[in-house]
Design a protein around this ligand. Structure first.
Ligand code: 9YW
Length: 441
């Protein structure tokens, strides 16, 4: 088999092997449930090989949606064990009337890439034509109100009034769990004496525990879950009591782009009022992202909402304006040059010219540890997706080619060491396989 064909075939096998028949596990052992943003990326990859499964992936995820529109960051597979904290720790249906009694879910959120997935699945189906295209149109119309409720939830419950940024009450909600972008707000989180004792299960699934968050970080993660439980997962209460409250530029940028696409679907479904509402959400979110670009570095900065401080660590989230799209030409050129330049993908020590999760020029850079330095192929996919829609096809294809060269090792790792190119974290990670499939489709 030629290189590309072999990567695509292997990626398709991984998505099949990680399937329970209803969901695609985020990873075979480390993450045996359905994570929200993983499911959206996985659905994009599945669209290339199996449209019914792509649709099912999102249907399964949305079966865990809460009555208030919240789309939880994990929908638990009742048959799976081995991930902690599980349903018994989250206790969502007991603590919140908004949560469904089944399936069991977590009570926090993940970045809203779902409308991006629906748009991609529709495009693939329309290009294929025939009965699958008709089924996919009907499916999208059926899913649409749930997507709208999710976006309305974010605009209503999570948009911060001062900054316009989407508020997170837990670093997990950003999807970039231990990124140094959250070091300052986490340092201010005081773990209470009532944190239940626990045994981490995640460390058993990786070659080296140094590739995962530390125990100190985990204590804080679990303490924030306790705080969320005490507030019955209610955003209004968490704004009064939460000891971690940040405005996330990356989450907000994804929301802006996803609102554009949901508005497009609303127009297609002849829902003019919804489309106008979604366009407003998009405009507000995009403006908030652009307002938080640090003039000196050219990167977007998150905000610690409790101290009203900008968080300027050089992480990949600083490229949020590229994800949001629609930025002034000058800023776009500056960001693209920086992304490909020596502070990022073009760093001379790197094996592949790919952007790491934290700049090698930052004092927080740790090339082997999770979101503190490694390259995440799924994030590279998101950047290529955005760049190719922002009149930057050259940058998009350079990143795509470099990532596919890396993925030719066929480990489909969760993340990679930028200098050695070594696969790290979990292997056979679903969203890494999905990214490869979409690139090769
Ligand atoms: C955890 C599943 C998830 C991703 C997150 C990533 C990691 C899980 O894995 O978090 O237990 O910390 O940070 O973005 O959705 O792939």
């Amino acid at each position: 088999m030629t290189g590309s064909l072999s990567i695509a075939a292997r990626a398709a096998y991984i998505l099949r092997d990680n399937s329970t028949g209803l969901i695609t596990k985020a990873a075979p052992a480390l993450y045996p449930h359905q994570w929200s943003w993983d499911a959206a990326f996985n659905a994009i990859g599945l669209a290339a090989v199996d449209l019914p499964r792509a649709r099912l992936e999102l249907d399964s995820l949305f079966s865990g949606q809460w009555r208030n529109g919240l789309l939880p960051h994990i929908v638990f597979d009742p048959a799976a064990d081995g991930y902690w904290p599980g349903p018994a720790q989250w206790e969502c249906a007991t603590l919140s009337e908004e949560a469904p009694s089944a399936p069991a879910t977590s009570g926090i959120i993940d970045p809203p890439v779902h409308a991006i997935a629906v748009d991609r699945i529709l495009a693939v189906a329309r290009a294929a034509g025939g009965p699958e295209a008709e089924r996919t149109e009907a499916w999208a119309a059926h899913l649409y109100p749930k997507l709208l409720a999710w976006h309305r939830f974010l605009a209503r419950d999570r948009a911060d009034k001062q900054t316009g940024l989407i508020t997170l009450f837990h670093g997990w909600e950003s999807g970039t769990d231990n990124s140094p972008r959250w070091d300052a707000p986490y340092a201010a989180v005081e773990v209470g004496p009532s944190l239940p004792s626990y045994v981490r299960k995640d460390k058993a699934h990786v070659a080296n525990a140094g590739q995962r968050p530390t125990d100190r970080e985990y204590d804080r993660y679990l303490w924030l879950v306790e705080e969320a439980k005490r507030a019955s997962y209610d955003a209004g209460l968490l704004r009064q009591t939460g000891s971690f409250q940040v405005g996330d530029v990356l989450f907000t940028a994804i929301f802006a782009r996803a609102c554009d696409l949901l508005a497009k679907l609303a127009v297609h479904l002849r829902k003019a009022n919804d489309a106008a509402e979604l366009k407003d959400f998009a405009a507000e979110a995009r403006a908030a992202v652009f307002c938080h670009v640090d003039e000196a570095s050219g990167l977007a900065a998150d905000v610690d909402l409790r101290t009203e401080t900008w968080l300027r660590t050089e992480t990949i989230a600083g490229f949020a304006p590229l994800i949001a799209g629609g930025m002034p030409l000058e800023l776009r050129r500056r960001q693209v040059d920086m992304l490909l330049g020596q502070r990022w993908a073009g760093h001379p020590s790197f094996k592949y010219a790919l952007p790491p999760s934290t700049s090698p020029c930052s004092s927080a850079y740790n090339p082997a540890c999770y979101w503190r330095g490694p390259v995440w192929p799924v994030f590279t996919w998101l950047l290529t997706w955005a760049l190719s829609r922002s009149s930057e096809p050259g940058a998009a294809s350079a990143l795509r080619e470099a990532s596919l060269a890396q993925l030719a090792d066929e480990t489909f790792a969760e993340y990679y060491h930028p200098v050695t190119g070594e696969p790290l974290g979990s292997l056979h990670q679903s969203w890494t396989a999905a990214a490869a499939l979409d690139w090769l489709f």
